[in-house]
Design a protein around this ligand. Structure first.
Ligand SMILES: Cc1ncc(COP(=O)(O)O)c(C=O)c1O
Length: 402
């Protein structure tokens, strides 16, 4: 605090460091980069070439639709018809008939009353969490939820309780001891790091017992789980429930780009009026909306695609386990293989890439449990020979102590 005669000038004198030349302003970034380097946490961009023929076990194109001619062709046609961009926010000039049609079809497919399309799954999560909570709410989350949900919680100004992973008793305890009347439980359906499934029916029951709403991010369940890919919420018997809201991304199973919130009509109306990541964001590009719509059509006409994903995931996980690795048994398309350290995980993934197999490499701070791992994903179009190759390459490239 400045003394009696001090005022602002005194405060600045006391607290401001000496001015530095402008070219030194970001010197602190180099110090931070050095620390990340020492901890093995430097990230690298590896651009893919258009004709890349690597075996992809890192992407999220679970149904293999990103390059499907029906999907990519619909994107190209929509760009020519509607333009490269949507020209504005949904509430100004950006709302196209394409968006409305996609919303209608998504809601119908998933058994929800209504849907609202966002420019990404990330903005859908930000919008849903913030609009359905606020400083007069409590939010209870699983500690392992996706970063986009965490950011939503941080922006919400709600009381937050982030409890141990998959701990129903901890969720129930947090709900019953909350200080705010309104409450929202936030969870992933399939957790993005280990690929395990949240106990959705039990969570819904706990929410109902404590007057809370349930928000489920079904990014990794939609298109993979349920009778024909309607997702984990549908599979849990919660589609159309009046107190459950689902978010999805259009960028994984549908091979497109964008996100959506599905739920009761009044929730969707509330989001249109209040979700800032919807209101103040340029609407989803026409090409992406059309691609998602076409991919949904493919999924409807080929309902066997999701079960192919699950078969491939189960086969690959068992083969890797048999080869001696610490592997999660997948509930959907994501498999995690433990690595002894961040450096070992990075080197392992790089050796696989040199052998033509792309695998994901997750390490702190992207992993909530601090365990570095290879993160593998499967697709509906993987053959037995692809899976054999995957196991051979991952085994031959493994670090000594994995
Ligand atoms: C669980 C989960 N939620 C949300 C997102 C964000 O979706 P999008 O990539 O469409 O922004 C992702 C994507 O990585 C995810 O894995």
């Amino acid at each position: 605090m400045p003394d009696a005669g001090g005022g602002d000038a005194t405060l600045r004198d006391v607290t401001s460091p000496a001015p530095t030349p402008p070219e030194q302003t970001f010197d602190w970034l180099d110090a931070e980069a050095g620390k990340r380097g020492d901890a093995g946490l430097v990230r690298q961009l590896r651009p893919r070439a258009a004709g890349d023929r690597d075996l992809d076990l890192a992407g999220n194109d679970y149904l293999g639709l990103a390059k499907d001619k029906r999907v990519a062709g619909a994107a190209a046609a929509a760009a020519l018809k509607w333009g490269a961009g949507s020209t504005g926010s949904r509430l100004v000039t950006g709302s196209l008939e394409l968006h409305t049609e996609l919303e209608h079809e998504l809601a119908r497919f998933c058994g929800a009353q209504a849907a609202l399309v966002f420019s990404s799954g990330f903005t859908a999560n930000l919008g849903a969490v913030t609009a359905l909570s606020g400083h007069e709410s409590a939010i209870v989350t699983d500690k392992y939820i996706h970063a986009s949900l965490i950011e939503g919680c941080r922006l919400s100004r709600a009381d937050i309780a982030a409890v141990a992973h998959s701990d129903l008793a901890a969720i129930t305890h947090a709900l019953s001891t909350r200080r705010k009347e309104r409450a929202l439980v936030v969870t992933d359906s399939v957790f993005s790091v280990d690929g395990d499934l949240a106990p959705l029916p039990e969570l819904a029951e706990a929410c109902r017992a404590h007057g809370a709403a349930l928000l489920v991010d079904d990014a990794h369940g939609f298109g993979v789980l349920g009778d024909a890919g309607q997702g984990a919420v549908h599979a849990a018997g919660l589609a159309g429930a009046p107190d459950v809201v689902t978010t999805i991304t259009l960028s994984k199973s549908l091979g497109a780009q964008g996100g959506a919130v599905l739920g009761p009509r009044r929730v969707i109306k509330h989001l249109v009026d209040t979700a800032r990541s919807f209101i103040f964001d340029t609407a989803l590009a026409p090409a992406s909306a059309a691609a998602a719509l076409a991919a949904l059509g493919v999924l409807r006409s080929e309902p066997e695609l999701p079960s192919r994903v699950l078969t491939a995931a189960g086969t690959l996980a068992v083969q890797l386990k048999d080869a001696g690795f610490t592997v999660s048994l997948p509930d959907a398309a994501v498999i995690s293989v433990h690595a002894p350290s961040p450096e070992a995980a990075v080197a392992w993934a790089a050796r696989c890439a040199e052998q033509g197999v792309r695998v994901g490499c997750f390490r702190p701070p992207s992993v909530p449990d601090g365990i570095s791992r290879l993160r593998l994903t499967v697709r509906a179009d993987l053959t037995e020979s692809d899976l054999d190759t995957a196991v051979k390459v991952i085994s031959s490239c493994a670090p000594a102590a994995s």
